[in-house]
Design a protein around this ligand. Structure first.
Ligand SMILES: [Zn+2]
Ligand SMILES: [Zn+2]
Length: 68
């Protein structure tokens, strides 16, 4: 299980930039293993993901961001 986020490799599937998306963070176990670091990404959210409903401080961390 990955201990870091964003992933070091650049992903083009399912879309460019997915290595930095919070969905990926959850998929690789980052949320469970690094909850305190994960909080930095969701603290003071400015965007919500139209796919999964996650919120993030920066749109680049969501698959389909929409401004709050
Ligand atoms: Zn999402
Ligand atoms: Zn994504």
């Amino acid at each position: 299980m990955a201990e870091w986020f964003p992933l070091p490799q650049h992903l083009t599937e399912p879309h460019p930039g997915h290595e930095a998306h919070l969905c990926m963070a959850e998929n690789v176990g980052f949320v469970k293993n690094n909850l305190e670091k994960y909080k930095d990404y969701v603290r003071n959210p400015q965007f919500v993901c139209k796919n999964c409903g996650r919120a993030a401080a920066r749109g680049e961390n969501l698959c389909s961001p929409d401004a709050l």
